[in-house]
Write a new protein. Structure first.
Length: 81
């Protein structure tokens, strides 16, 4: 099956920069972008939900801070939605 061009470009970008901080910087820029607003539920969900779901190593901390982080966004989104 042929990959979509965006998927191919992201895969190539990751392979090229996965061992330095370029990917971290790219995510930080996107997360702090003026295009991400708590009022845009779909973007918040895409960012926070995927971060929590795909961050298995850091998500199940003993102190529960990870779940508090997730819950704080659920509450914020619920009050807006």
């Amino acid at each position: 099956m042929k990959k979509h061009i965006a998927e191919q470009l992201l895969e190539d970008f990751y392979k090229r920069y996965k061992y330095n901080h370029t990917i971290d910087k790219c995510f930080a820029i996107q997360a702090s972008s003026r295009y991400i607003s708590i009022f845009d539920i779909n973007r918040v969900k895409a960012l926070i939900f995927k971060f929590c779901i795909n961050n298995i190593r850091s998500f199940h901390k003993i102190d529960g801070s990870d779940y508090n982080f997730w819950m704080s966004y659920i509450i914020k989104i619920d009050t807006i939605n």
